[in-house]
Write a protein that binds this ligand. Structure first.
Ligand code: NAD
Length: 386
């Protein structure tokens, strides 16, 4: 049973994870090499919890209890007595490995070490450790206290008992767990790529502008934000980097090819909301462009993006990245998709999916439109995902 949690890195993710663990009753010690970051984390938590008290979600006692469960430390050895360590520092393999090597010198042999990395392989982080069997990926989404999904990623070295312990713990923290294979992007950052990539491609072909594409996905698909709104929200620099990392890590599979449009927007400093301009203008008084009213065009756009998403989800299942349930949970709980993509495939019909992908492939003769062998097999055998 995990009672003491050590967090390394008190930035956006470390602070959020500390709040989650402390709320569920664990004793938490947060370490950061930057004293200012620790102070900021502490004062942010005070603000977040005060807001929850104002809204009536928790009372003053609960706020004090949560704060009382968290200690802040300026030395790595202070987290040496933790049962579970979650690292959320800068996304750099060498730095993470160095911290893990140092950390192991302070830990009991039964302690579990986890990384919150979004893009590095867990196997490579574990390889730096004396006991690689105790290393695992625990990938929270931002903001950690609000997002329901946590991806848990065992490395090839991870002991199955460690996986079990971590899954139980994260579920006890009130989260939905999706277990993913240690492959680029895990589940969400892999399966979601076409939402951005295919929308950018549609724009680049001149089929529609940003507002029309966004409108199609929202009105016909029920997505809360259109792809361009979402990229502006995430930041074009951040979203572009994830795409490029996934593309490189997949040995340049054309399915994940980044877009020049996004690269140029990023280079131009059109990063999105945070820079006041992205695909849309966020400066005061600016007027949002009106989408084109064309039902047939909207349907073409929506069907194309949806089937590419379904293909990605089906291929993730085909390659045993995760179970069908976990793939669908990951997309509805990690990125708030209105429906699980595999359930959506069942609803549209597997034959519809195969036809739509084959039509795209016939038109373009590009590998990015290749239909997953799993969809093709299911279609032949008249099967559904659920
Ligand atoms: N931000 C997100 O949306 C998000 C989502 C999921 C996962 N992640 C991953 O979580 C990790 C942290 O991301 P973040 O957004 O919280 O970063 P952040 O920049 O907000 O915080 C990182 C913190 O780590 C500290 N730090 C850096 N090097 C350190 C070291 N050697 N020892 C101790 N502390 C150190 C920094 O002082 C900083 O406070 C990354 O691996 C990232 O890929 C981020």
């Amino acid at each position: 049973m995990i009672k003491k949690v050590g967090i390394i890195g008190s930035g956006t993710m470390g602070s959020g994870i500390a709040q989650v663990a402390a709320t569920s009753g664990c004793t938490v010690c947060v370490y950061d090499m930057n004293q200012g970051a620790l102070e900021k984390s502490k004062s942010n938590l005070e603000k977040v919890l005060s807001r929850l008290v104002e809204k009536g979600r928790i009372d003053e006692d609960e706020k004090n209890r949560i704060q009382g469960n968290i200690n802040y430390a300026y030395k790595l050895e202070s987290i040496g007595d933790a049962d579970l360590i979650i690292e959320a520092i800068v996304e750099n393999l060498e730095i993470k490995q160095k911290v893990f090597v140092q950390l192991e010198g302070y830990l009991s042999k039964d302690a579990v070490i986890a990384s919150n990395t979004s893009s590095l392989s867990i196997a490579s982080i574990a390889a730096a450790c004396k006991i690689p069997e105790r290393v695992i990926g625990i990938h929270f989404f931002n903001p950690a206290p609000l997002m329901k999904l946590v991806e848990v990623i065992p490395a090839v070295q991870t002991n199955p008992a460690v996986l079990e312990k971590v899954v139980t713990t994260i579920k006890n923290w009130g989260k939905t767990v999706a277990v993913a294979k240690d492959t680029p992007g895990f589940i969400v950052n892999r399966v979601a790529r076409p939402f951005y990539g295919e929308s950018l491609r549609i724009y680049e072909e001149g089929l529609a502008d940003f507002a029309t594409i966004d409108h199609a996905l929202k009105s016909l698909g029920g997505f809360r934000m259109g792809p361009f709104e979402l990229m502006d929200f995430i930041g074009n620099d951040v979203n572009y980097t994830v795409t490029e990392t996934v593309f490189t890590a997949f040995y340049y599979d054309p399915r994940y090819k980044p877009s020049f449009t996004q690269k140029r927007f990023s280079e131009a400093g059109y990063l999105g909301r945070k820079s006041g301009r992205g695909y849309y203008d966020y400066t005061e008084g600016s007027v949002k462009p009106i989408p084109k009213e064309d039902d047939a065009l909207a349907k073409t756009i929506f069907d194309r993006v949806l089937v590419m998403l379904i293909n990605e989800a089906a291929d993730a299942l085909f390659l045993n990245i995760a179970s069908a349930e976990d793939i669908d949970n990951a997309m509805t709980k990690g990125v708030n998709y209105p429906k699980g993509l595999l359930a959506w495939a069942d609803e549209k019909g597997i034959d519809w999916c195969v036809d739509a992908l084959d039509n795209l492939y016939d038109e373009y003769h590009e590998d990015r439109y290749r239909c997953s062998p799993l969809l093709r097999k299911m279609n032949k055998e008249n099967k559904t995902f659920f």
